[in-house]
Each structure stands twice: as C-alpha cells, then as structure tokens.
Ligand binder design. Sequence first.
Ligand SMILES: C=C(O[C@H]1C=CC=C(C(=O)O)[C@@H]1O)C(=O)O
Length: 372
Amino acid sequence: MGCVDANQLLADYTPGDFYFGTSRRTILGTGARRTFTETDVASLSEAVPAALAPGSLAVGVLPFDTAGTPGHLVLPENVQVAGPAAPARHKDIGAPVAVRAVPEPVRHAEAVASAIKILKDGGLRKVVLARALDLDFEDEVPVQAILHNLAKDKAGAYTFAAGLPGGRTLVGATPELLLSRVGNQVVSHPHAGSAPRSADPVTDRENAEALASSRKDHLEHAVLTEAIVETLRPFCRSLDVPREPSLVSTPTMWHLGTVVTGELADRDITALHLAAALHPTPAICGTPTEAARRLVSELEPFDRGYYAGAVGWMDSAGDGEWAVSIRCAEVAESSLRLYAGGGIVPASDPKAELDETSAKFQTLLRAMGLEL
Ligand SMILES: C=C(O[C@H]1C=CC=C(C(=O)O)[C@@H]1O)C(=O)O
C-alpha cells in the first residue's frame, strides 16, 4: 500500500478498478489476484480472511439477492490509499441518445399501491420498491467522468466505482453506512425516511421540517433501526442507539439517520461478517425480510443486480467499511441503468413514492449534467 495524492488516485481510476472515497480516505484497488463469488456469511467469514496477507485488503460488492447473484469481492494486485479527494472542476458528459423508465412511472405507482394494500392486510411491516432508468449513449459511458463529478459534488458520504462480472461497473455515491469496524468499535448509520432538497432555502427548510415531524417516515425509520440493533446486539458487549433519528442530508436529499455504535464482544468477528449478517436491511428490502424479498421480486420487473447490496473493503485485521449500494448505476459499455427505491409502509402514498424515486435519481443525473 502506498500513500499518494487522492486526486491523482481519482484521475488514475479506470473501469474495472475499485474506487472508494470518503471524507477521510480514498482507496484505489487495481488488478485481481483472486475473486470471491460466495455471499453467505459462513463462507465469506472463512474464505476471505484466510486469503488476506498481513496489511492487504479485500474490496468489492455484495449483490442485493445473495442467493441468486454472485458476490464480486477481489483481492487487488495493487492498493493505494490516500486522504480525501477534492477535484476542482466538473467534467462534461454527453447527452444520452435514449432514455427508458423501467417500469413506466405509472406502473411503479401501481406497484406501490399494490404493496400498500398488502401491507394494510397485515403480515408485512415495510417493503422497499425500486424502479430504474435506462440510458443509452452513442459511445462508451464515461465512468471516470461520472465518478469524478460524484466526488466533486460530494454527492454522498461514500463515492464508489466497482468492477462487476462481465466487464460491467457499479458507480455511485451513497449516504448510507451499513457497517464499519475499527478494532472492537462498530458503527452503522441506517437511513430511511426521505424528502427532496430544494434550491430555495425556505422550501428546503420546510421539506426538512416536514420530514422531521412525519410519523410515516419515523415508522419507516424505526423498522430499520430495530432490525440493525437486533442483528448487532448478539455480537456486541455494548450498543449505543440514540432514541430519535437525526436529519441528515446530501446535496439532493434529506433523510432520517441514526448512528448506531457498538463495542464488539469478539474481535474475531470481521467487518465483512457483520455486513453480510446485516444485509439485506429494511432500508433496501423490508420486514419481515423473506416476505419483503418475495414481494420485491413479484412487483419489480427487473433483477436488482448489485443495486441495494453493499460496497466496501476489509483489511487483514478484519477492519473495514461497507456502504449500502444505493444512488448508483450499473454501466455496461454504452448503456447505463440507474436505480432508485423507497420504503413503503401502510401510510405511504403512491404518487409521493414515485416523486421520491425521481428525487433520488438526481444524485446520478446531476453528476451526468442531465435534467430528466
Ligand atoms: C432504497 C433507497 O434509499 C433508501 C435509503 C434512504 C432512504 C430511503 C427511504 O426513505 O425510502 C431508502 O430506505 C434508494 O436510494 O434507492
């Protein structure tokens, strides 16, 4: 591992590499000495730590559907780590030649309405439904420029680009920390409950205040925090969970977030083990997990792939950072699929949920300089 200039690491990134940037550090992993495709907690916990030489890192992504889609965790040939990147200028990205919503917006609203009916009939407390936007470009999608602009915008706390099977790339900037571990200290920062930012400061403040006092959003959030705490509790000697969520923001969204911190009882439990145990949380799937997962596959007309999975790294000591892979797009040559979802509870409204996904698309659309 060498220490270099973070902006240089961002400039050096090419598709296929692994890039992970936060307000504290920038990681660039290139090449692959070995790739892990298993996703179950038991295999990951055995295979990955055993393969990590002292001082080395494993990086990559876990899919949403860990039973149906392979993981893509890599031991890079070369890893460089630097401080935070702060690129100066926006890079230009050409306009797409075609844009398709998957499903059509009206169909997404109908799926949300069906979900609300099922939730009201009982059995499920929450489900997260997503939709996609497919963009075709004349030439290869400039992943480097999108990544650069996400980092420039500070579009999310975790800016990432990760190589996927088949030469594809997942690129995005998520606000949400699934799990970090440093020594015996663990942190999770679940996000649920959303409102759009506004360029008008008065409207922006009103949106934030409405979110802070929304019973529906607090319920959506409570279901998530409860699940995180329930999963982490058996691993932790102590857990600190604020009684109320806080308002957190990105340049495009307001959210409710809760910083959960804990002290691990057993230092052998790695960051990857904990991330895999937490996934899929009710921020991206629902509660109860299995029923929500089934409803997602019934109501969404696509495979989520690596959207709503996890992206991050772990070192040979078991420390690491895993973010929830939202506010992202999957790139394949000259096409790109952008994803956005939202948590549905009985009090949700289909039109508001549709608007929420449109607002969430803005993270990537802004980075591409597109107004859709
Ligand atoms: C599932 C997404 O967002 C999650 C994270 C924050 C707020 C959310 C919400 O309010 O629904 C979602 O749980 C997404 O951006 O695709």
